[in-house]
Design a protein around this ligand. Structure first.
Ligand SMILES: [Fe+2]
Ligand SMILES: [Fe+2]
Length: 246
């Protein structure tokens, strides 16, 4: 039995694809064919696959039906995290999605999933990515209004993440794998509210996605920091091969 993760499928079986990177870069050409092939080679029915956000370009659920059907048809148990592009997933309606897709997909938000003696916890997260003002290769300031909006979003996401940890803890779990769609830190930081909560609950790993393209792959923490393993799992970074987490 194994646990796998990958993010950012950005499927568009029913929606118009406008993202220039996805239209232009060879890694995205027929990526859903490549990804399915890799999953079928790697993942057994008893395994679990966590999809770390940005599943579909569809804006409403009916526009995502085929994308979700594709995900359902992949091998293993599928757990979905919310990404910034998942417009079909109203955070307040996660319970309704879990009822609608019961036995097929699990939507991770204000709840947790179990994997052996681990609790899989997570939320979308948020990273303040600027704009930063740079002089002589040093960051000398940033957009204060954007920063205060980011603080608000981060506080809300932290609340959701704590609900997820506490729900698992209440049920007796004390081993955690923490998932975020956004990277836990921006390019200036080594620590953030998200690294602090991961340390507080002694999460063993923090898995995140969202970073696309060679120039963004190393924006945040990779490898071990303060005893926690941080891993980036964006699909284009992994070349559509799910990463084994456990
Ligand atoms: Fe993405
Ligand atoms: Fe994203």
């Amino acid at each position: 039995m194994s646990l796998f993760a990958i993010g950012d499928l950005h499927l568009h079986f029913q929606s118009e694809l406008k993202a220039p990177g996805q239209l232009r870069e060879p890694i995205w050409k027929d990526h859903e064919v490549e990804f399915r092939r890799n999953c079928e080679k790697l993942i057994k029915p008893e395994d679990t696959l966590v999809l770390v956000g940005d599943h579909s370009w569809g804006k409403k659920l009916p526009e995502c039906e085929k994308d979700l059907e594709y995900i359902i048809s992949l091998p293993g148990k599928k757990i979905l995290l919310r990404g910034n592009h998942d417009m079909f997933w109203d955070a307040k309606k996660t319970d309704a999605l879990n009822q609608q897709f019961a036995g097929k997909l699990f939507f991770l938000q204000n709840n947790y999933a179990s994997y052996q003696d681990y609790a899989i916890v997570g939320t979308k997260g948020f990273t303040f990515e600027g704009p930063f003002y740079v002089r002589m290769n040093k960051i000398v300031g940033w957009d204060a209004a954007a920063e205060s909006a980011a603080i608000h979003l981060i506080d809300r996401e932290m609340e959701r993440l704590r609900i997820s940890f506490e729900a698992a803890k209440k049920d007796g779990y004390n081993r955690f794998i923490m998932f975020l769609h956004y990277p836990p830190t921006n390019i200036m930081e080594r620590n953030s509210d998200f690294t602090v909560i991961a340390e507080e609950y002694k999460a063993e790993q923090v898995i995140y996605a969202h970073c696309h393209g060679e120039h963004r792959f190393h924006d945040s923490i990779e490898g071990r920091q303060h005893g926690i393993m941080y891993r980036l799992v964006s699909g284009d970074y992994l070349k559509w091969m799910p990463l084994q987490i456990l």
